[in-house]
Design a protein around this ligand. Structure first.
Ligand SMILES: *Cc1c(COP(=O)(O)O)cnc(C)c1O
Length: 414
Protein backbone atom coordinates (compact mmCIF):
# COMPACT_ATOMS: atom_id res chain seq x y z
CA UNK A 1 0.00 0.00 0.00
CA UNK A 2 1.20 3.47 -0.82
CA UNK A 3 2.31 5.51 2.20
CA UNK A 4 0.15 8.48 1.28
CA UNK A 5 -2.97 6.29 1.42
CA UNK A 6 -1.88 4.55 4.60
CA UNK A 7 -0.38 7.33 6.70
CA UNK A 8 -0.92 10.83 5.44
CA UNK A 9 0.90 12.45 8.34
CA UNK A 10 4.22 10.70 7.75
CA UNK A 11 3.86 11.01 3.98
CA UNK A 12 3.33 14.76 4.34
CA UNK A 13 6.38 15.17 6.58
CA UNK A 14 8.57 13.29 4.11
CA UNK A 15 7.27 15.49 1.33
CA UNK A 16 8.09 18.63 3.33
CA UNK A 17 11.61 17.45 4.15
CA UNK A 18 12.21 16.45 0.53
CA UNK A 19 11.11 19.90 -0.54
CA UNK A 20 13.35 21.53 2.08
CA UNK A 21 16.38 19.63 0.76
CA UNK A 22 15.55 20.50 -2.84
CA UNK A 23 15.03 24.21 -2.30
CA UNK A 24 17.90 24.95 0.10
CA UNK A 25 21.66 24.32 0.18
CA UNK A 26 22.85 21.57 2.51
CA UNK A 27 26.23 22.77 3.73
CA UNK A 28 26.57 20.82 6.95
CA UNK A 29 29.88 19.03 6.22
CA UNK A 30 28.70 15.66 7.56
CA UNK A 31 25.75 15.55 5.16
CA UNK A 32 25.38 14.50 1.54
CA UNK A 33 22.77 13.40 -0.99
CA UNK A 34 23.00 9.74 -1.95
CA UNK A 35 21.73 8.41 -5.27
CA UNK A 36 18.34 6.77 -5.66
CA UNK A 37 20.24 3.54 -6.48
CA UNK A 38 21.70 3.72 -2.96
CA UNK A 39 18.30 4.49 -1.44
CA UNK A 40 16.45 1.68 -3.19
CA UNK A 41 17.70 -1.26 -1.08
CA UNK A 42 16.76 0.63 2.10
CA UNK A 43 13.06 0.23 1.40
CA UNK A 44 13.39 -3.31 0.04
CA UNK A 45 12.21 -6.53 1.68
CA UNK A 46 15.73 -7.01 3.04
CA UNK A 47 14.54 -4.94 5.98
CA UNK A 48 12.34 -7.88 7.06
CA UNK A 49 15.13 -10.40 7.51
CA UNK A 50 16.84 -11.47 10.72
CA UNK A 51 20.48 -12.42 10.24
CA UNK A 52 22.19 -12.45 13.66
CA UNK A 53 25.71 -13.74 13.20
CA UNK A 54 27.95 -13.54 10.15
CA UNK A 55 27.86 -14.97 6.61
CA UNK A 56 27.92 -18.79 6.86
CA UNK A 57 27.38 -18.67 10.65
CA UNK A 58 23.88 -17.28 11.19
CA UNK A 59 21.56 -17.97 14.09
CA UNK A 60 18.56 -17.95 11.73
CA UNK A 61 17.71 -19.88 8.56
CA UNK A 62 16.90 -18.45 5.18
CA UNK A 63 20.02 -16.35 4.87
CA UNK A 64 21.46 -17.73 1.63
CA UNK A 65 20.94 -14.48 -0.28
CA UNK A 66 21.56 -12.22 2.71
CA UNK A 67 24.96 -13.91 3.12
CA UNK A 68 25.79 -13.01 -0.46
CA UNK A 69 24.72 -9.40 0.10
CA UNK A 70 26.92 -9.07 3.16
CA UNK A 71 29.89 -10.80 1.55
CA UNK A 72 29.62 -8.56 -1.50
CA UNK A 73 29.63 -5.48 0.72
CA UNK A 74 32.65 -6.78 2.66
CA UNK A 75 34.61 -7.58 -0.50
CA UNK A 76 33.90 -4.17 -2.01
CA UNK A 77 34.97 -2.36 1.15
CA UNK A 78 38.17 -4.43 1.40
CA UNK A 79 39.07 -3.60 -2.17
CA UNK A 80 38.16 0.07 -2.04
CA UNK A 81 40.13 0.83 1.13
CA UNK A 82 42.87 -1.81 0.75
CA UNK A 83 42.29 -3.54 4.08
CA UNK A 84 42.39 -7.15 5.25
CA UNK A 85 39.10 -7.40 7.07
CA UNK A 86 35.85 -5.42 7.33
CA UNK A 87 32.82 -5.62 9.59
CA UNK A 88 29.89 -3.95 7.79
CA UNK A 89 27.28 -4.44 10.53
CA UNK A 90 27.65 -1.38 12.82
CA UNK A 91 24.42 0.61 12.70
CA UNK A 92 26.36 3.86 12.44
CA UNK A 93 29.65 5.58 13.25
CA UNK A 94 29.26 5.78 17.02
CA UNK A 95 28.28 2.09 17.38
CA UNK A 96 31.31 1.20 15.22
CA UNK A 97 33.55 3.11 17.61
CA UNK A 98 31.86 1.52 20.63
CA UNK A 99 32.69 -1.88 19.16
CA UNK A 100 36.36 -0.90 18.81
CA UNK A 101 36.47 -0.03 22.52
CA UNK A 102 34.82 -3.31 23.41
CA UNK A 103 37.27 -5.28 21.25
CA UNK A 104 40.44 -3.63 22.52
CA UNK A 105 39.88 -2.19 26.02
CA UNK A 106 38.47 -2.93 29.44
CA UNK A 107 36.44 -0.32 31.34
CA UNK A 108 38.80 2.07 33.13
CA UNK A 109 41.62 1.71 30.59
CA UNK A 110 43.38 4.84 29.40
CA UNK A 111 42.56 6.00 25.88
CA UNK A 112 43.52 9.09 23.91
CA UNK A 113 41.62 11.18 21.37
CA UNK A 114 41.34 14.67 19.97
CA UNK A 115 39.30 16.90 22.30
CA UNK A 116 35.77 17.62 21.13
CA UNK A 117 36.46 21.34 21.52
CA UNK A 118 39.46 21.05 19.19
CA UNK A 119 37.63 19.23 16.41
CA UNK A 120 37.45 15.66 17.71
CA UNK A 121 34.34 13.47 17.99
CA UNK A 122 32.17 12.70 21.03
CA UNK A 123 33.18 9.03 20.91
CA UNK A 124 36.89 9.87 21.20
CA UNK A 125 36.66 10.40 24.96
CA UNK A 126 34.26 13.32 25.53
CA UNK A 127 32.92 13.43 29.11
CA UNK A 128 29.27 13.36 28.03
CA UNK A 129 29.76 10.20 25.98
CA UNK A 130 30.18 6.57 27.10
CA UNK A 131 33.78 6.91 25.89
CA UNK A 132 34.60 9.52 28.51
CA UNK A 133 32.52 7.86 31.22
CA UNK A 134 33.80 4.30 30.99
CA UNK A 135 37.40 5.03 30.04
CA UNK A 136 40.14 7.28 31.37
CA UNK A 137 40.29 9.67 28.44
CA UNK A 138 43.29 11.86 27.71
CA UNK A 139 42.71 14.61 25.13
CA UNK A 140 45.07 16.17 22.64
CA UNK A 141 44.47 19.17 20.41
CA UNK A 142 45.78 21.83 18.10
CA UNK A 143 48.14 24.76 18.59
CA UNK A 144 46.44 27.88 19.88
CA UNK A 145 48.12 30.10 17.31
CA UNK A 146 48.05 28.08 14.09
CA UNK A 147 45.13 25.73 14.85
CA UNK A 148 47.23 22.94 13.35
CA UNK A 149 47.53 19.51 14.93
CA UNK A 150 49.94 19.67 17.88
CA UNK A 151 52.15 16.65 17.21
CA UNK A 152 54.54 17.51 20.05
CA UNK A 153 51.75 17.50 22.62
CA UNK A 154 50.39 14.27 21.12
CA UNK A 155 53.76 12.57 21.55
CA UNK A 156 54.26 13.91 25.07
CA UNK A 157 50.81 12.75 26.23
CA UNK A 158 51.18 9.34 24.58
CA UNK A 159 54.54 8.75 26.30
CA UNK A 160 53.27 9.99 29.64
CA UNK A 161 49.94 8.11 29.76
CA UNK A 162 50.71 4.99 27.68
CA UNK A 163 47.13 4.63 26.44
CA UNK A 164 45.80 1.25 25.35
CA UNK A 165 43.98 2.84 22.41
CA UNK A 166 44.55 6.04 20.46
CA UNK A 167 41.98 7.69 18.18
CA UNK A 168 42.96 9.77 15.19
CA UNK A 169 40.31 11.59 13.21
CA UNK A 170 38.00 14.54 13.54
CA UNK A 171 34.69 16.17 12.81
CA UNK A 172 35.92 19.75 12.54
CA UNK A 173 39.56 19.83 11.43
CA UNK A 174 40.16 21.15 7.93
CA UNK A 175 43.71 19.95 7.37
CA UNK A 176 45.61 16.82 6.42
CA UNK A 177 46.80 14.69 9.32
CA UNK A 178 50.27 13.19 9.11
CA UNK A 179 49.14 9.59 9.63
CA UNK A 180 52.69 8.28 9.35
CA UNK A 181 54.09 10.50 12.06
CA UNK A 182 51.18 9.72 14.38
CA UNK A 183 51.50 6.00 13.62
CA UNK A 184 55.15 6.00 14.68
CA UNK A 185 54.32 7.66 17.99
CA UNK A 186 51.52 5.18 18.73
CA UNK A 187 53.84 2.28 17.89
CA UNK A 188 56.48 3.62 20.26
CA UNK A 189 54.04 3.31 23.19
CA UNK A 190 52.42 0.05 22.02
CA UNK A 191 48.90 1.46 21.65
CA UNK A 192 46.26 0.23 19.27
CA UNK A 193 45.89 3.01 16.74
CA UNK A 194 42.52 3.74 15.13
CA UNK A 195 41.86 6.22 12.35
CA UNK A 196 38.23 7.33 12.40
CA UNK A 197 37.77 8.63 8.86
CA UNK A 198 34.01 9.27 9.17
CA UNK A 199 34.30 12.71 7.61
CA UNK A 200 36.88 12.09 4.91
CA UNK A 201 36.15 8.48 3.85
CA UNK A 202 34.86 9.62 0.45
CA UNK A 203 37.94 11.76 -0.08
CA UNK A 204 40.19 8.84 0.84
CA UNK A 205 38.24 6.53 -1.51
CA UNK A 206 38.43 9.18 -4.22
CA UNK A 207 42.20 9.50 -3.78
CA UNK A 208 42.26 13.15 -2.72
CA UNK A 209 43.03 12.71 1.00
CA UNK A 210 45.87 10.49 2.24
CA UNK A 211 44.82 7.03 3.38
CA UNK A 212 45.73 6.09 6.96
CA UNK A 213 45.63 2.35 6.14
CA UNK A 214 49.42 1.71 6.03
CA UNK A 215 49.99 3.38 9.40
CA UNK A 216 47.14 2.32 11.69
CA UNK A 217 45.70 -0.92 13.07
CA UNK A 218 42.02 -0.18 12.69
CA UNK A 219 39.99 2.20 10.53
CA UNK A 220 36.41 3.12 11.34
CA UNK A 221 34.06 5.20 9.27
CA UNK A 222 30.51 6.23 8.69
CA UNK A 223 29.12 5.56 5.23
CA UNK A 224 26.82 8.57 4.89
CA UNK A 225 29.16 11.57 4.90
CA UNK A 226 31.60 12.21 2.03
CA UNK A 227 31.30 8.51 1.07
CA UNK A 228 27.71 9.30 -0.02
CA UNK A 229 26.04 6.12 1.11
CA UNK A 230 23.15 5.30 3.45
CA UNK A 231 23.54 5.87 7.20
CA UNK A 232 25.88 3.17 8.49
CA UNK A 233 29.28 2.32 9.87
CA UNK A 234 32.29 0.16 8.98
CA UNK A 235 35.17 -1.24 11.01
CA UNK A 236 38.27 -2.27 9.08
CA UNK A 237 41.44 -4.00 10.21
CA UNK A 238 44.69 -3.37 8.36
CA UNK A 239 47.59 -5.68 7.63
CA UNK A 240 49.49 -3.81 10.33
CA UNK A 241 46.67 -4.40 12.82
CA UNK A 242 46.58 -8.14 12.15
CA UNK A 243 50.33 -8.31 12.58
CA UNK A 244 50.09 -6.59 15.94
CA UNK A 245 47.14 -8.74 17.07
CA UNK A 246 46.22 -11.76 14.91
CA UNK A 247 42.90 -12.06 16.81
CA UNK A 248 41.88 -8.45 16.20
CA UNK A 249 39.26 -9.19 13.54
CA UNK A 250 37.70 -11.94 15.65
CA UNK A 251 37.58 -9.60 18.64
CA UNK A 252 35.83 -6.97 16.55
CA UNK A 253 33.28 -9.41 15.14
CA UNK A 254 32.48 -10.56 18.67
CA UNK A 255 32.21 -7.00 19.94
CA UNK A 256 29.70 -6.03 17.23
CA UNK A 257 27.66 -9.23 17.63
CA UNK A 258 26.81 -10.46 20.23
CA UNK A 259 28.65 -7.73 22.17
CA UNK A 260 26.69 -4.65 21.21
CA UNK A 261 24.12 -5.39 18.52
CA UNK A 262 21.59 -8.02 17.58
CA UNK A 263 20.42 -8.43 14.01
CA UNK A 264 22.27 -6.45 11.35
CA UNK A 265 20.32 -4.10 9.06
CA UNK A 266 20.86 -6.00 5.82
CA UNK A 267 18.84 -3.46 3.83
CA UNK A 268 21.40 -0.85 4.86
CA UNK A 269 24.27 -3.26 4.16
CA UNK A 270 22.94 -3.76 0.61
CA UNK A 271 22.76 0.02 0.20
CA UNK A 272 26.34 0.34 1.49
CA UNK A 273 27.39 -2.23 -1.13
CA UNK A 274 25.83 -0.03 -3.84
CA UNK A 275 27.57 3.04 -2.42
CA UNK A 276 30.93 1.24 -2.41
CA UNK A 277 30.48 0.32 -6.06
CA UNK A 278 29.75 3.95 -6.89
CA UNK A 279 32.73 5.11 -4.81
CA UNK A 280 35.11 2.91 -6.80
CA UNK A 281 34.35 4.60 -10.13
CA UNK A 282 36.46 7.31 -11.82
CA UNK A 283 33.39 9.58 -11.66
CA UNK A 284 33.53 9.39 -7.87
CA UNK A 285 37.21 10.34 -7.91
CA UNK A 286 36.27 13.42 -9.89
CA UNK A 287 33.51 14.18 -7.43
CA UNK A 288 35.88 13.90 -4.45
CA UNK A 289 38.39 16.16 -6.12
CA UNK A 290 35.70 18.77 -6.84
CA UNK A 291 34.54 18.63 -3.20
CA UNK A 292 38.01 19.77 -2.12
CA UNK A 293 38.33 22.36 -4.91
CA UNK A 294 34.96 23.78 -3.91
CA UNK A 295 35.86 23.94 -0.21
CA UNK A 296 39.09 25.75 -1.08
CA UNK A 297 37.25 28.17 -3.39
CA UNK A 298 34.59 28.87 -0.76
CA UNK A 299 37.24 29.39 1.92
CA UNK A 300 39.37 31.68 -0.24
CA UNK A 301 36.42 33.83 -1.21
CA UNK A 302 35.24 34.13 2.39
CA UNK A 303 38.79 35.05 3.47
CA UNK A 304 38.84 37.80 0.87
CA UNK A 305 35.59 39.08 2.36
CA UNK A 306 37.22 39.35 5.78
CA UNK A 307 36.21 36.07 7.38
CA UNK A 308 38.79 34.35 9.59
CA UNK A 309 39.19 30.69 8.73
CA UNK A 310 40.41 28.45 11.53
CA UNK A 311 43.91 27.25 10.49
CA UNK A 312 43.74 29.76 7.64
CA UNK A 313 42.11 27.47 5.09
CA UNK A 314 41.28 23.91 4.16
CA UNK A 315 42.71 20.77 2.57
CA UNK A 316 39.47 18.79 2.75
CA UNK A 317 35.72 19.24 2.45
CA UNK A 318 35.07 21.59 5.37
CA UNK A 319 35.85 25.02 6.68
CA UNK A 320 35.52 26.34 10.20
CA UNK A 321 35.02 30.09 10.54
CA UNK A 322 35.94 32.16 13.58
CA UNK A 323 33.15 34.76 13.63
CA UNK A 324 34.46 36.94 16.45
CA UNK A 325 35.55 39.79 14.17
CA UNK A 326 32.07 39.79 12.60
CA UNK A 327 30.31 40.46 15.90
CA UNK A 328 27.90 37.57 15.52
CA UNK A 329 27.70 34.30 17.43
CA UNK A 330 27.74 30.90 15.73
CA UNK A 331 24.12 30.41 16.76
CA UNK A 332 22.92 33.70 15.28
CA UNK A 333 24.92 33.11 12.08
CA UNK A 334 23.45 29.60 11.75
CA UNK A 335 19.92 31.01 12.12
CA UNK A 336 20.55 33.87 9.74
CA UNK A 337 21.98 31.55 7.08
CA UNK A 338 19.07 29.17 7.61
CA UNK A 339 16.74 32.07 6.83
CA UNK A 340 18.31 32.45 3.38
CA UNK A 341 18.22 28.70 2.73
CA UNK A 342 21.80 27.79 3.60
CA UNK A 343 22.01 24.99 6.14
CA UNK A 344 25.21 25.01 8.22
CA UNK A 345 26.03 24.33 11.85
CA UNK A 346 27.48 26.36 14.66
CA UNK A 347 30.64 24.95 16.12
CA UNK A 348 33.18 25.72 18.82
CA UNK A 349 36.51 26.96 17.57
CA UNK A 350 39.74 25.79 19.24
CA UNK A 351 40.27 27.54 22.60
CA UNK A 352 36.75 29.00 22.37
CA UNK A 353 35.79 30.99 25.44
CA UNK A 354 32.10 31.05 24.48
CA UNK A 355 29.68 28.26 25.47
CA UNK A 356 29.14 25.28 23.14
CA UNK A 357 25.51 26.37 22.79
CA UNK A 358 26.51 29.83 21.52
CA UNK A 359 29.99 29.11 20.17
CA UNK A 360 32.16 31.56 18.24
CA UNK A 361 32.32 29.53 15.08
CA UNK A 362 30.36 28.10 12.22
CA UNK A 363 31.23 24.99 10.24
CA UNK A 364 30.35 24.44 6.62
CA UNK A 365 31.21 21.94 3.94
CA UNK A 366 30.84 21.18 0.26
CA UNK A 367 29.99 17.43 -0.07
CA UNK A 368 26.25 17.85 -0.72
CA UNK A 369 26.37 20.94 -2.94
CA UNK A 370 29.13 19.31 -5.01
CA UNK A 371 26.88 16.26 -5.47
CA UNK A 372 24.34 18.68 -6.99
CA UNK A 373 26.99 19.63 -9.56
CA UNK A 374 28.08 22.99 -8.22
CA UNK A 375 31.59 24.25 -8.93
CA UNK A 376 33.93 27.12 -8.03
CA UNK A 377 31.68 29.71 -9.71
CA UNK A 378 28.77 28.80 -7.43
CA UNK A 379 31.07 28.81 -4.37
CA UNK A 380 31.89 32.45 -5.09
CA UNK A 381 28.21 33.29 -5.24
CA UNK A 382 27.48 31.44 -2.00
CA UNK A 383 30.37 33.15 -0.20
CA UNK A 384 29.03 36.50 -1.42
CA UNK A 385 25.56 35.75 -0.04
CA UNK A 386 26.96 34.60 3.31
CA UNK A 387 28.92 37.84 3.59
CA UNK A 388 26.01 40.02 2.48
CA UNK A 389 23.46 38.58 4.88
CA UNK A 390 25.82 38.68 7.85
CA UNK A 391 26.64 42.34 7.24
CA UNK A 392 23.15 43.35 6.05
CA UNK A 393 20.50 41.04 7.56
CA UNK A 394 17.71 43.14 6.02
CA UNK A 395 18.59 41.61 2.64
CA UNK A 396 17.23 38.19 3.68
CA UNK A 397 14.30 38.28 1.30
CA UNK A 398 16.29 39.08 -1.84
CA UNK A 399 19.10 36.63 -1.08
CA UNK A 400 16.82 33.75 -0.17
CA UNK A 401 15.16 34.13 -3.56
CA UNK A 402 18.57 33.96 -5.24
CA UNK A 403 19.47 30.83 -3.25
CA UNK A 404 16.21 29.24 -4.36
CA UNK A 405 16.94 30.05 -8.00
CA UNK A 406 20.38 28.46 -7.73
CA UNK A 407 18.87 25.32 -6.19
CA UNK A 408 16.48 25.03 -9.13
CA UNK A 409 19.42 25.03 -11.53
CA UNK A 410 21.13 22.21 -9.59
CA UNK A 411 18.57 19.51 -8.77
CA UNK A 412 19.27 16.68 -6.33
CA UNK A 413 20.82 13.55 -7.90
CA UNK A 414 18.53 11.03 -9.58
C1 LIG B 1 30.05 11.56 12.40
C2 LIG B 1 31.17 10.98 13.14
C3 LIG B 1 31.02 9.80 13.90
C4 LIG B 1 29.71 9.19 14.29
O1 LIG B 1 28.79 8.97 13.40
P1 LIG B 1 27.24 8.72 13.73
O2 LIG B 1 26.83 7.99 12.54
O3 LIG B 1 26.65 10.08 13.89
O4 LIG B 1 27.15 7.93 14.98
C5 LIG B 1 32.15 9.24 14.46
N1 LIG B 1 33.35 9.80 14.31
C6 LIG B 1 33.54 10.94 13.62
C7 LIG B 1 34.91 11.49 13.49
C8 LIG B 1 32.46 11.57 13.03
O5 LIG B 1 32.64 12.72 12.38
Amino acid sequence: MKLKNNDQKVAKLIELETNRQKTTLQMIPSENHCSSAVREPLSSLLTDKYAEGYPGKRYYGGNQFIDEVENLCIERAKKLFGVEYVNVQPHSGSPANAAVYMATCDPGDTIMGMALSMGGHLTHGAKVSFSGKFFNAVSYGVYEKTHLMNYEEFEKLAKEHKPKLIWLGFSAYSRILDWKRLGKIADSVGAYLVADIAHVAGLVAGGVYPSPVPYVDIVTTTTHKTLRGPRGGLIMVTKKGLKKDPDLSKKIDKAVFPGLQGGPHENSIAAIAVCLKEASTPAFGKYASQVVKNAKALGEELSKLGFNLVSGGTDNHLILIDLRNKNITGLDAQNLLESIGISTNRNSIPYDTASPFKPSGIRMGTPAITTRGMKEKEMKKIAGWINEVISKPYLVKRISQEVKNLCKKFPLPK
